[in-house]
Design a protein around this ligand. Structure first.
Ligand SMILES: *[C@@H]1O[C@H](CO)[C@@H](O)[C@H](O)[C@H]1NC(C)=O
Ligand SMILES: *[C@@H]1O[C@H](CO)[C@@H](O)[C@H](O)[C@H]1NC(C)=O
Length: 760
């Protein structure tokens, strides 16, 4: 009924209380510290034998603590005190021994009493009957009894009476004098003797009781029952509790004699038992084990067993103690007790979240920055790599090597960076273009040092021709001639290499010849000067330069004029270096139609004479102002060279002389230049004069204002007709003594100009 009234809550509370109450026993049973001395038996069956008890002399501290484990005839084996028959069922280090004690009986059968009194318990020194756990008990309905013995050095006696007149008077579980009486035993009792007697030999209770019993029993081990009036006759022994102690003085006295002091373990302590003589030892708080053994007291890890740290607290074990603490990240408090750790205020929590967010955000930003930096760096590297690739592809390495070997003077070839030139040309803007053609595009550019330059963006260099290209760059950089456009340097970091030249202000000869106004301004003397300067350059290229160079593309478009109308020969893009011992090169036909050497076109054999042919056409253009190829004219007039030659045959040269230059006193020179042009245009290269001869002839014309080359031919009358077609008499140019040609011979002048004058 009581339990039914409990609700679940209360029931579970009870359960928890039960568990809590029982847990210390559970913990004590899990002992794993040494009990006995080394090599000593510490058990007898299930009974522990802690030192100072022992089964042999080496294992106990004193004869009083001698115990014997008897396993012959007993299973499990039984433990006895020394060589006595006192059976021990438990020895505790707290100072208690449980033992089995005979009970005293007084029975009366058939008019005869059967008495087994006097069971004696003689305890060794320092052992005393426990005064609180035991009770002297008498069971019977006509009985009284005594327990007598020694308390220290005196006798003592005590007893009680158990009476009843009817079985009905007896109450289960009650031992209050009716059928059962109990009395306590005083302190310090070390020897007991028990007696039980009947008042009237069971006369009045005979029908239900003829026996009386007396015993000292552990009070919890005996619970009176009506049946015990009879069934105790079968019981021999009952458990009782004895206290034990060690030594014979107080703790102070014991400590004063270190050799006999029993509490040998570190962290052990001495205390005086409430009952008996001597002292006992115990481990200090926080330790457990056997204090009577060296190092017998062992620290208790309270964190693993029993502590009062809070639910959320952390526990740290220390020697003899432990500490509780709260996770400082999350909780406040000392960590002890039920509410030892309290969650931190939510504000701080929010702060922490904010910090985390800030941390994460800055991490992401840093990551992004890192990615950007890496990206830019990779881009820069790939651009550099690209530049480097072009640089190498365009023979930059080769050029650098040559520069290092001083084949080219470093002051004369500058290696520009692509970014410099991009800046100079506004990123190669169309507005900066000053020329365009099959060779590539020419831009005007202003360098950072304010120099104006012409930058030629070549068509892509054939990889197989790289060495050739670099050679040309190197060689051209070495050409130091006032009538050659100076190559300032190059840039190899782009797909197609860039060449940087000095900037010539007045444009090409072509632009002057084919512009009406400009052509009018270009008088004969200027034209002659331009022709002479150009011839000088070509002569220099063919013979004077360290390595002969064939220009291959001589034409008015490649002759630039500065503000003084000084000729500057440009565009060696197609030029070929001629190895010194070779005069002919087999190569792909290259050049500009109208100027191409017919022999070269047929044979593919490139010689210096190809330039001579082209220069002949240029001379014609200077004289006539016409284009080398005029598609808008009748077929016969289309090719200037062919037309000129055919007019020459018909003696009709005047037809095509530029009106702008026809004037007084220059007809001789014009005629001479025409004759010179005719020689240059010979179909067979070897019939053409060399560039050196041409240049000298033109120089002579300028110096003397007269025709001079005829002086060479003065001894050959046939040559007087040499302006006429197909005379073939120019062969002497190839081996004539040129030093004699510089002279001026007025005698032959008239003869020479005769055909011209005749034509007018
Ligand atoms: C054993 O008990 C007897 C008395 O019963 C005693 O005289 C003897 O000294 C005891 N000790 C030994 C070691 O036998
Ligand atoms: C007393 O009697 C009860 C009931 O029969 C029994 O269980 C108990 O063991 C007896 N006590 C002793 C000490 O024999």
């Amino acid at each position: 009924m009581v339990f039914e009234k409990l609700n679940n809550m209360q029931a579970s509370m009870l359960l928890i209380m039960f568990i809590l109450a029982s847990s210390p026993t559970v913990l004590l049973s899990s002992q794993n510290f040494p009990l006995a001395k080394l090599n000593c038996e510490d058990r007898c069956g299930d009974i522990r034998i802690p030192f100072p008890f022992g089964t042999t002399e080496e294992c106990y501290t004193h004869k009083s603590f001698w115990v014997t484990c008897n396993d012959t005839g007993f299973n499990p084996p039984k433990l006895f005190g020394g060589n006595t028959s006192v059976e021990i069922t438990d020895i505790s280090l707290d100072g208690q021994i449980k033992l089995q004690l005979f009970i005293a009986k007084n029975c009366y059968y058939n008019g005869k009493s059967n008495i087994s009194n006097n069971p004696l318990l003689q305890l060794p020194k320092y052992f005393t009957v426990n005064n609180t756990a035991n009770r002297f008990t008498i069971v019977g309905c006509d009985a009284y009894g005594f327990v007598s013995g020694r308390r220290i050095n005196r006798n003592f006696t005590t007893g009680c009476t158990a009476m009843c007149s009817s079985e009905a008077d007896l109450t289960e579980g009650e031992c209050d004098g009716v059928g059962c009486c109990q009395t306590t035993i005083p302190k310090d009792v070390w020897q007991v003797r028990i007696q039980v007697r009947s008042y009237s030999n069971y006369t009045n209770v005979w029908d239900f009781n003829n026996c009386s019993y007396a015993f000292v029993v552990e009070k919890d081990s005996f619970n009176f029952s009506k049946a015990n009036l009879t069934n105790l006759s079968n019981v021999l022994k009952l458990p009782s509790v004895v206290d034990w102690a060690i030594g014979n003085g107080t703790c102070e006295e014991a400590k004063s004699n270190a050799t006999t002091y029993a509490c040998v373990s570190a962290n052990s302590d001495c205390y005086k038992p409430t009952n008996g003589y001597g002292y006992r030892c115990r481990c200090e708080e926080g330790f457990e084990g056997n204090p009577y053994l060296d190092h017998g007291c062992i620290d208790i890890n309270e964190c693993e067993t029993q502590n009062n740290c809070s639910k959320h607290a952390l526990c740290r074990n220390t020697q003899g103690n432990y500490t509780c603490y709260c996770d400082p990240e999350k909780f406040d408090g000392d960590g002890r007790g039920e509410h030892g750790c309290n969650e931190k205020a939510p504000k701080k929590h929010n702060m922490k979240i904010a910090y985390i967010l800030i941390g994460v955000a800055s991490g992401i930003i840093a990551l992004l920055l890192a990615i950007i930096v890496v990206y830019l760096e990779l881009k820069r590297r790939s651009q550099n790599k690209r530049k480097r690739k072009f640089f190498l592809q365009n023979g930059g390495h080769m050029l650098q090597e040559k520069l290092a070997r001083r084949e080219a003077s470093p002051e004369m070839v500058e290696i520009f960076s692509s970014s410099d030139l991009e800046k100079a040309t506004k990123n190669f803007h169309d507005s900066m273009i000053i020329g365009q053609g099959g060779f590539g595009t020419v831009y005007r550019g202003v360098l950072a040092d304010r120099r104006t330059v012409a930058i030629k963006k070549s068509i892509k260099v054939d990889p197989t021709q790289i060495e050739q290209f670099i050679n040309e760059v190197v060689v051209l950089s070495q050409i130091n001639h006032r009538n050659v456009v100076i190559l300032l340097g190059c840039c190899l970091e782009t797909d197609a290499p860039l060449l940087v030249y000095e900037f010539i202000t007045n444009g090409t000869l072509s632009s002057h010849l084919h512009n009406e106004a400009k052509a009018r301004a270009l008088d004969w003397n200027t034209r002659l000067k331009i022709a002479a300067e150009t011839a000088g350059v070509l002569s220099y290229l063919h013979s004077s330069a360290a390595t002969p160079i064939i220009h291959r593309d001589v034409k008015p478009d490649n002759i630039l004029l500065d503000h003084n109308f000084t000729a500057k020969v440009a565009d060696f893009g197609a030029s070929k270096l001629v190895p010194i011992d070779l005069t002919q090169l087999s190569t792909m036909v290259q050049g500009t139609f109208g100027y191409l050497d017919p022999e070269y076109m047929q044979t593919n054999q490139l010689t210096e004479k190809s330039d001579v042919y082209s220069f002949g056409v240029v001379l014609l253009q200077l004289v006539t102002g016409r284009r080398a190829l005029s598609f808008d004219r009748p077929v016969e007039e289309k090719s200037l060279a062919n037309y000129f030659l055919s007019l020459l045959k018909q003696d009709l040269l005047l037809e095509i002389i530029d009106d702008n230059i026809v004037g007084l006193g220059n007809m001789e020179q014009i005629s001479a230049v025409c004759k010179l042009a005719k020689e240059c245009l010979n179909v067979r290269g070897e019939d053409r004069p060399s560039m050196k001869e041409v240049a000298m002839e033109l120089e002579g014309l300028i110096l003397g204002g007269k025709h001079s080359w005829a002086t060479i031919n003065v001894e050959n009358e046939e040559e007087k007709e040499s302006l006429l077609p197909n005379d073939g008499g120019m062969s002497h140019f190839g081996n004539g003594d040129m030093s004699s040609s510089v002279g001026y011979d007025s005698i032959n002048r008239d003869h020479i100009i005769l055909p011209m004058d005749g034509g007018r």
